[in-house]
Design a protein around this ligand. Structure first.
Ligand code: PFF
Length: 445
């Protein structure tokens, strides 16, 4: 039975810690770059407001009223077909699956913190050689840092909601905001800042196609941590009489502003010292270190700070990816937190080793099927299928399955006149949009 609860600020920091992750600082800038900047950013912002915000409230509501692990919450809140709806709670497995590659990427970031202390690549070609050498040949280094990530994340989970998750977020989230804020302020003093602003906010609609829309929606889910029960599980430990709308607003606001601040900062550095924004996934690990090199010793300091911030963002999200399944075994099987955390940690750690090896020469051949290696498969199945399906299920659950009177009794006082719009959006707008997205994502990623 759960007794520990987040403090009010603790909840917002933890949920924002979940949302602000590699998705904001690593992925958002490069997909914005790939899809031409401004127009894509506007579609993403529109999706976050229209779909993301309403599903965020719905997911919080299920956790807040259910007060247990995701499976039990779905079961207890469904007036009928409990034995079927409880399966919706197993979308929490998506978090463990995401961790299979997320932990490996956090390991790369640790490695970059250490190497940036002493040296940076002097140009993009050299940066590319270094990154590829780590990825394709240096299994040991990757394994070493993946192990550190596993130990850190598992340790925090063993300490529980208050002593582990809340505490870590209380330290890491403000530090992360300070670092990014400082780098951003520096970026505003450079000439290229106006180019970055123009790139991110000046819409060039000719660059937009239907893929851009679908990618924007998929990313809105990933970046807001929606659709797999992370927000739901945290919400089960929310204070009684919390205002879900305010909480959801803060999480969406922090997540979105941090993505924009990070994007503007990165693009300014890349315009000023590097080769512009359209770089793909290597943007942070390849183009950025080469741009930092151009700044001299200050570049080393900035690089270390930047990768620290990225690591903090990743770690606070990682913990939220595993916590739902940790809670599941505690609630349903009466496991101790220690046992549950270690077992879940070992799962993503060990399977993560296979994901890691699937990039390494000599192993990757055995770990590649249908043109994708294991690492990419996990990314694809979770982001393209599991999260949107999870989000769709939540919208349907709150919109159609839960008793309206129950939903209304909590949400109408908080939403006021907007209640009907929110409810309508959950019932009709979101499911249709999600359905289109799922079908298209399965085709294009
Ligand atoms: N929101 C995180 C990011 O942007 O990196 C990733 C994530 C965390 C996705 C938790 C889903 C989740 F449940």
């Amino acid at each position: 039975m759960k007794i520990a609860r987040f403090s009010r600020v603790g909840f917002i920091l933890a949920a924002a810690g979940s949302a602000v992750g590699l998705g904001n600082i690593w992925k958002f800038p490069y997909i914005a770059g790939e899809y031409g900047g401004g127009a894509f950013v506007l579609i993403y912002l529109f999706t976050v407001l229209l779909i993301g915000f309403s599903i965020m409230i719905a997911e919080m509501l299920i956790g807040y009223l259910g007060r247990r692990d995701t499976v039990t919450s779905f079961e207890e809140l469904s007036p009928r077909h409990k034995h079927l709806w409880k399966f919706a709670g197993f979308q929490s497995l998506a978090g463990l699956f995401i961790m299979i590659f997320y932990s490996v990427v956090i390991g790369w970031i640790f490695n970059y913190i250490v190497t940036s202390l002493s040296s940076l690549p002097s140009n993009v070609q050299e940066a590319e050689v270094i990154f590829n050498a780590m990825l394709h040949t240096d299994a040991l280094t990757q394994l070493f840092y993946h192990t550190i990530a596993f130990v850190w994340i598992t340790y925090v989970l063993t300490k529980g909601v208050k002593g582990g998750i809340e505490k870590m977020n209380f330290v890491l989230m403000p530090t992360l905001m300070l670092i990014l804020g400082g780098l951003f302020l520096y970026a505003t003093t450079l000439d290229a800042f106006s180019q970055a602003v123009e790139f991110m906010f000046y819409p060039d609609w000719s660059k937009i196609n239907s893929n851009a829309f679908v990618v924007a929606v998929g990313h809105a889910f990933f970046t807001l941590s929606l659709g797999m029960g992370a927000i739901m599980t945290y919400s089960a430990s929310m204070q009684k009489n919390s205002n879900l709308v305010k909480n959801a607003f803060w999480v969406v606001f922090l997540d979105t502003s941090i993505a924009i601040v990070a994007g503007l900062m990165l693009f300014t550095f890349l315009y000023q010292y590097g080769s512009g924004p359209a770089q793909g996934p290597g943007l942070v690990f390849i183009s950025l270190p080469a741009a930092f090199y151009e700044m001299g010793i200050l570049g080393n300091v900035f690089a270390v700070l930047f990768f620290l911030a990225l690591a903090f963002a990743g770690l606070t999200s990682a913990v939220s990816l595993v916590e739902p399944m940790v809670q599941y075994f505690i609630d349903r099987f009466s496991w101790s937190r220690l046992k549950s955390s270690i077992y879940m940690g070992l799962f993503f750690y060990l399977v993560g080793v296979a994901a890691l090896l699937s990039n390494v020469d000599g192993y990757k051949e055995a770990l590649t099927w249908g043109g994708k290696n294991f690492f990419d498969w996990v990314d694809y199945v979770t982001a393209a299928i599991m999260l949107p399906v999870g989000g769709l299920l939540m919208a349907i659950f709150v919109g159609f399955v839960m008793e309206k009177s129950r939903v209304e009794s909590v949400m109408r006082p908080q939403l006021g006149w907007a209640f009907d719009a929110w409810y309508f959006s959950l019932r009709y707008v979101t499911p249709v949009a999600m359905f289109v997205v799922i079908i298209s994502l399965m085709g294009i990623i």
